[in-house]
Design a protein around this ligand. Structure first.
Ligand SMILES: Nc1nc2c(ncn2[C@@H]2O[C@H](COP(=O)(O)OP(=O)(O)O)[C@@H](O)[C@H]2O)c(=O)[nH]1
Ligand SMILES: [Mg+2]
Ligand SMILES: [Zn+2]
Length: 465
């Protein structure tokens, strides 16, 4: 696969020792650097940028288990010198290798990351704000809406990395025991969602990414630009504790993706906010209202993210961050009474033309954002001022990952559980759709209310809806 590297290295093997002739021939036939590779790839684990040719291979022979960058000790990483006809490296024991790794952190990366431009979004929020449920529901919904309404293929680029999220989705949406209450596990700080490596002699903990591929399908309005619009899309589900002030250190750079991400999603949970709780307590039977709740200020998480970003990127105090900051106001079902009690219309944010083309209605998104911002100003003004002080591009969006509150189940570890039959996400896909529309121009057609859908969606008929 790395023809360029191989042709240079083939001299090394000119005596023919140690490899089979057909492999050598296959290598010789490979063209130079494959055009499909990016000039520079980005590691989704440590955010190191490197030319794809510098990717390491993970050896396959069980004796070669002496890599001590990954913890626990793993299979040796190496630069390829012998490649099979199918483009796989052979390790020094002649075993065919299948996995690639980052030259810096040695964690495995999938081929899509060497070919597709990366698109990283950061999700942050207090512990218990609903990040895990939100991720499961938003990805579940996004898989559907991108394919059926926007002609975009959305898939797991790295099924092993996405295993945890797939399990979340299976638990909530593909569960055969639809009446049996279930709960997602609490995201442990150093559990399944984190991985440890040794860099510069010291242990470092990185959050595991979820990696997806986004590719316009042939019937997408801009399919002729498919390459430019395709992305390797990375998201992280951090333990909320990592965003608490004082939690960051050089051995725990868990939140450094904040500096490379193209959009930030801050999850604000009204059920953990004193004024919101007082205002809705008598109007919801959500058992989370009866709980003690967290007694720290959620705005401090946003302020902490801001100070880390300023420190890491050198953004001066006089300037605000230009990336879209989306304040995702979670558990809408529990505070719906403050917006007149009505349910969110599931299709309100999508416009459909007479020919059946869909566009994201950014005018309605802006209108909704204004309404939620007013509500936030009334009950949680400190969050609005933290957001405004940090970013010049703030949007407020309500979501309900579950569509209703959980039940109190004493035997469940988390105490709260939901029956799969009751899970009906509302607007869970909207924040990510909007962030995609903002950060990959042309990928998601938009309708701004001024008569035309962008991305030249339709010519004669004008939008409907
Ligand atoms: N009412 C309501 N509760 C929710 C919703 N989504 C999650 N929750 C509850 O919020 C709690 C924390 O959710 P979780 O995703 O684990 O939070 P995390 O710590 O931020 O990952 C769980 O007990 C869920 O039952 C929702 O859409 N509505
Ligand atoms: Mg969680
Ligand atoms: Zn790396």
């Amino acid at each position: 696969m790395f023809g360029h590297t191989l042709l240079v290295r083939s001299e090394f093997f000119s005596d023919g020792a140690g490899y089979e002739r057909d492999e050598f021939m296959a290598t010789q036939r490979l063209p130079g650097r494959p055009a499909s590779l990016l000039p520079r790839a980005t590691c989704p684990h440590c955010w190191h940028r490197f030319p794809p040719e510098e990717s390491l291979w993970v050896s396959a022979h069980p004796d070669l288990d002496d890599d001590d960058v990954v913890t626990p000790r793993g299979q040796r990483r190496f630069l390829p010198t012998r490649i099979t006809a199918t483009g796989h490296a052979l390790d020094i024991r002649g075993e065919v290798c299948h996995h690639l790794a980052c030259p810096r952190c040695h964690l495995t990366i999938v081929r899509a990351l060497l070919e597709l431009d990366p698109l990283i979004f950061s999700i942050l929020g207090a512990p218990g704000s609903g990040k895990s449920y939100y991720l499961a529901a938003s990805i579940w919904q996004l898989r559907r809406v991108l394919g059926t309404q926007f002609q975009i293929a959305f898939g797991d680029a790295d099924p092993s990395a996405n295993r945890m999220l797939n399990q979340y989705e299976e638990t909530l949406f593909l569960n055969n025991q639809r009446d049996q209450p279930v709960a997602l596990p609490k995201t442990e700080k150093e559990g399944d969602l984190y991985q440890s490596v040794v860099l510069g002699g010291r242990p470092v903990l990185f959050p595991k990414p979820f990696v997806f591929s986004i590719r316009p399908q042939p019937d997408h309005p801009l399919s002729r630009h498919a390459r430019a619009l395709s992305r390797a899309f990375c998201l992280y589900d951090n333990a909320g504790e990592h965003f608490m002030p004082g939690e960051e250190s050089s051995s725990n750079p868990g939140t450094q993706h904040l500096t490379v991400s193209r959009a930030l999603l801050f999850l604000f949970d009204p059920t953990q906010h004193h004024e919101f709780r007082e205002a809705v307590a008598s109007q919801t039977d959500d058992p989370q209202m009866g709980e003690q709740g967290w007694n720290f200020r959620q705005d401090r998480i946003l302020l902490e993210a801001e100070s880390r970003i300023r420190a890491l990127t050198g953004l001066p105090q006089s300037q605000r961050d230009k990336r879209p900051l989306i304040i995702v106001v979670t558990k809408h079902d529990a505070w719906r009474s403050l917006t007149g009690g009505s349910h969110l219309d599931p299709d309100w944010f999508i416009r459909t033309s007479r020919s059946g083309r869909c566009a994201l209605d950014v005018a309605r998104i802006a209108e909704t954002s204004e309404q939620i911002r007013s509500l936030m100003l009334k009950y949680a003004p400190e969050v609005v001022s933290a957001a405004d002080g940090f970013s010049s591009d703030v949007t407020y969006l309500p979501v309900s990952a579950l569509g209703r509150g959980p039940e109190l189940v004493e035997e469940a570890e988390t105490r709260f559980a939901i029956r799969p039959r009751d899970v009906k996400p509302v607007w869970a896909e909207v924040p990510l759709l909007y962030a995609l529309q903002r950060t990959v121009p042309g990928l998601i057609p938009s309708y701004s209310g001024r008569g035309r859908m962008k991305a030249r969606l339709h010519t004669a008929e004008g939008p409907q809806g």
